[in-house]
Design a binder for this molecule. Structure first.
Ligand SMILES: [Zn+2]
Ligand SMILES: [Zn+2]
Ligand SMILES: [Zn+2]
Length: 391
């Protein structure tokens, strides 16, 4: 089937944009995409979220996930046959114990990057462990910026024995926006703030010492390394996977009996309330980040007509229309999460400028530009609002 979108050169931030080639109905899937590389957040792994180290699939059953997050070890989830987690297919790397949801994922990881990154049986002294431990002592916003994405990219290049394949992979990366400064607006990326200079050098040293690769030698030099970090910082897409939400969706979709359906719906609302109240809304999913070529062509709007989701409990991204999109219209996503999107124009602009290096001219920002209610320079205090993410 012909894709319903195309990528065109635009005047916007990245010089690229995605446009519809036909009418797209609200709710329709625009495309599915696998990442070039993805990785679970280090803190998420430390907090015992068991995710496949290749596809980020949540490996706990819906019941196990609910029990752990709410601290109710004896809770029994009804309709457990609607949970799609299959523990009998799970495997571990025989050397380092890294968990994978299936043999195929283990083999894929080994073929792509795990040979270089595997910490082996006594992993503490391995450079990968050193890198992760060093990383955990540093706190870079935004969280989608993740040094392990850089390590996986380097390892992927290192493991390719065919020079042509290697070149193709590196060339693809150059499609992403990777400048740290936006010349037009003269904005310096937050990552280059003085307080981070030393930490960036520490990370570069570890990578250079242990994972050096001649064909990408510029990545290990100070400027090339910052540019690599910029690529990850401005293009890293957050990924959230949850076996619990797959179970809940299946209950909604697959139960035909009306009474049972209603009963389960009410229960699911209750369970989500529990999860929100006990674990907190930001702790519901296995979380990580990835680099997606197609998705990175979508520009930002504070009133987007499309949304990124992860409906299959893995890192496969689905872009869905949230409004009807007419032929030839640009397809926009929001780089801000739902909570940040409700902030004032001033706060939104600051977040977008610092993390994504552009000034937003979306219809909402334009309409608020001359409204004194939205333009005040000293409304940053709304940043401390306790914002709850209900989804
Ligand atoms: Zn997997
Ligand atoms: Zn291993
Ligand atoms: Zn805007």
């Amino acid at each position: 089937m012909e894709p319903c979108y195309e990528i065109r050169i635009t005047q916007a931030k990245k010089g690229r944009g995605m446009f519809s080639r036909r009418f797209i109905k609200a709710g329709e899937e625009i495309f599915l995409e696998s990442p070039m590389v993805s990785v679970q957040f280090a803190w998420n792994e430390t907090c015992k979220y068991k995710a496949c180290q290749q596809c980020l699939r949540s490996m706990e059953t819906a019941e196990q996930m609910y029990r752990r997050l709410t601290n109710k070890p004896h809770f029994t989830l009804p309709k457990s046959n609607l949970c799609e987690v299959t523990p009998d297919r799970h495997v571990c790397c025989p050397d380092c114990g890294a968990p994978y949801c299936c043999r195929e994922c283990y083999e894929e990881a080994t073929a792509l990057h795990h040979k270089v990154l595997c910490t082996g049986k006594d992993g503490k002294d391995h450079p990968t462990s050193h890198l992760i431990e060093t990383w955990k002592t540093m706190h870079y916003p935004p969280e989608t910026f993740n040094i392990m994405l850089a390590a996986r990219l380097i390892a992927t290049v290192k493991q390719k024995s065919d020079p042509l394949e290697r070149k193709e992979f590196v060339d693809k990366l150059s499609t992403f926006c990777r400048s740290l400064t936006n010349d037009e607006n003269n904005i310096i990326h937050k990552l280059l703030g003085n307080q981070f200079q030393h930490q960036i050098e520490v990370l570069r040293e570890i990578l250079k010492e242990s994972f050096y690769e001649e064909s990408i030698k510029e990545w290990f030099e100070p400027d090339g390394f910052k540019s690599l970090l910029a690529l990850i910082g401005t293009n890293g897409q957050g990924i959230g996977t949850s076996s619990f939400s797959v179970w809940a969706t299946n209950c909604e979709k697959k139960i035909a009996d009306e009474n049972l359906h209603k009963e389960l719906s009410d229960l699911i609302d209750e369970l989500y309330d529990d999860l929100n109240n006990i674990a907190g809304p930001e702790f519901l999913d296995c979380e990580g980040s990835g680099l997606y070529l197609l998705q990175s062509a979508c520009n930002h709007s504070c009133v987007p007509n499309a949304q990124v989701t992860f409906p299959h409990n893995n890192h496969i991204l689905s872009l869905k229309a949230v409004k009807d999109i007419e032929p030839d219209q640009e397809i926009f996503i929001s780089y801000l999460d739902e909570c940040d999107r409700t902030r004032s124009r001033h706060s939104r602009h600051r977040l977008l400028r610092e993390n994504y290096l552009f000034i937003c001219n979306c219809p909402l920002c334009v309409s608020q530009a001359y409204d004194p209610d939205f333009t005040s320079d000293d409304d940053d205090d709304d940043d401390d609002d306790d914002c709850m993410d209900h989804n």
